[in-house]
Design a protein around this ligand. Structure first.
Ligand code: NAD
Length: 488
């Protein structure tokens, strides 16, 4: 399949010389080619979006959301096909892929409340006869640069809010998984948005740089690794753009001795190994406290070794491959590095081959015990199905350890104590907190709230943060003196 762009309401095949292969990570087959576009295609999309902006902005919000209602219905009706496409190019299981789309749809639904959400404010008589009004107005052309791990969901943390508030849009998917947006844009085409309101440009670094530098693009949202997030944040800010950049993660989970161990293990295993550990909210550092150690270690090793690994479209499979052979090699090297640094691989997923899928990039769930704070394996985001384990004696030590990490995307606690839960919630330095929850993914009406090296910006994605991000406030102070007015 040849991936093409959607610009100004038309499907356009770009004239580029370079393509990136989209590879089914379970079979190793090349299934599509992503054109590596740059300045020319981004400029065309920005022009189309800028031209469409005045009329779209002037369209009442209650009319703009009618398009989103139609999009929501089409996404729902096509969830199986979109899910299959996500599995084929990204590797996660079909259930995981469809669950991702449920979250995408939820964001469209929340954005359909925009006539209410973007209302302004007014204070009468801030001085005698003078009123002050705050209006929210859209910014203009906005863009999203997306990662590979949620090809369907992540653009929807932004797109519905941006459109509903009256902005026009450009999406640049990850070149590794460009088929999902290709399919979703077929639905966007069916919705019948006015030309130029929403555009798709494919590519990698050149397309990103063109977006970062284009003068008509007013705001950028990025999701991906921390190094790239920092680069995007800096360069977009230098160019005077509004920007938010969500970065990588290394999420701790603390297990207290009073936790329900069976429940905790099942939930933690789903979090650490679900989507092959390629979720920014996957727990990756398990910290056992006091006597939680033995029971949890035994149970999590059982859960890791019994997880069914295979092609995400096959029945009964609980975990698919990582995204590529390069990623498989990197994850395996990091497991080796952990062992060199003194950790013990209690369950070792290296060297996995799955019958019938010998060319797939599979790594089985891995449990590394006795990981040392400050070691490379402790610091590095592995982004694979690897759970590192550490042990301490008190909850204070556990929270201190969690807070000493550079990332702050998510932190979880398993306990039956309300007091411990309250302490954790109060003290832990991360933006998304789970109490007896393994993947604390905020619903669409809450912000997706990473902290520290996991987030660069002020306002986050989703909910009211997205409304803030995609609107600029205008304050009007008005006086209408009696003596200047005609009498009626
Ligand atoms: P990535 O940073 O490699 O790529 C993300 C996007 O940036 C892609 O569209 C890619 O084309 C572009 N890109 C890559 N290198 C670039 C460069 N040098 N210059 C400009 N653009 C570049 O990330 P990925 O591997 O696709 O995704 C996995 C990462 O995303 C993980 O670190 C994960 O934690 C993170 N992530 C974070 C969140 C969050 O909410 N914090 C959510 C999902 C994923």
């Amino acid at each position: 399949m040849k991936i093409i762009n959607y610009i100004n309401g038309e499907w356009l095949e770009p004239t580029v010389s370079e393509y990136a292969n989209v590879i089914n990570p379970a079979t190793g087959e090349v299934i599509a080619e992503t054109p590596l576009c740059g300045d020319v295609e981004v400029a065309a999309a920005a022009k189309a979006a800028a031209t469409a902006f005045p009329a779209w902005r002037a369209t009442p919000a209650q009319d703009r959301i009618q398009y989103l209602f139609r999009l929501r219905d089409l996404l729902k009706a096509n969830i199986d096909e979109i899910g299959r496409t996500i599995t084929i190019e990204c590797g996660k299981t079909l259930d995981e892929a469809k669950a991702e789309m449920v979250r995408a749809i939820e964001n469209v639904e929340v954005a359909c409340g925009m006539p209410m959400m973007m209302k302004g404010e007014i204070s009468e008589d801030i001085a005698p006869g003078i009123d002050e009004i705050m209006l929210r107005q859209p910014l203009g052309v906005c863009a999203t640069i997306a990662p590979f791990n949620f090809p369907g969901m992540i653009p929807f943390w932004y797109l519905p809010y941006a459109l509903a508030t009256g902005n026009t849009y450009i999406i640049k998917p990850s070149e590794k998984v460009s088929m999902t947006m290709q399919l979703i844009f077929r639905l966007i085409e069916q919705v019948g948005f006015p030309k130029g309101v929403i555009n798709l440009v494919n590519g990698s670094k050149d397309a990103v740089d063109a977006i970062l530098d284009h003068p008509a693009i007013r705001a950028i949202t990025f999701v991906g690794s921390t190094n790239v997030a920092q680069y995007i944040y800096r360069r977009a800010a230098e160019n005077g753009k509004r920007v938010q950049a969500q970065g990588g993660a290394k999420n701790p989970v603390i297990i207290l001795p009073d936790a329900n161990m069976e429940m905790a293990t099942n939930i933690i295993a789903d979090s650490a190994f679900g989507c092959a550990g390629q979720r920014c909210l996957a727990v990756s550092l398990a910290v056992t406290v006091a006597e939680a150690r033995n029971t949890f270690t035994e149970l999590i090793c059982d859960a890791a070794s019994s997880r069914v690994v295979g092609y995400g479209l096959d029945d009964g499979v609980q975990m698919g491959p990582v995204i590529s052979q390069i990623s498989k090699e990197r994850v395996e090297q990091l497991i080796g590095l952990g062992a060199k640094e003194g950790a013990t691989a209690l369950v070792d997923g290296r060297g996995t081959t799955i019958k019938g899928y010998e060319s797939g990039s599979f790594v089985r769930p891995t449990v590394l015990a006795d990981v040392q704070p400050g070691s490379e394996i402790w610091k590095t985001e592995i982004f694979g199905p690897v759970l590192s384990m550490m042990h301490v004696n008190t909850i204070d030590e556990a929270i201190k350890l969690a807070n000493s990490h550079a990332y702050g995307n998510q932190a979880s606690l398993f306990t039956s104590s309300g007091l411990a839960a309250r302490k954790f919630r109060y003290e832990v330095e991360a933006g998304n907190i789970g109490i007896n929850i393994g993947v604390a993914a905020p619903m669409a009406f809450f912000p997706f709230s990473g902290w520290k090296e996991s987030f660069f910006g002020d306002m986050h994605g989703q909910g009211m943060d997205a409304v803030e991000f995609f609107t600029q406030k205008k304050v009007v102070i008005e006086r209408w003196p009696k003596e200047w007015s005609r009498k009626f």
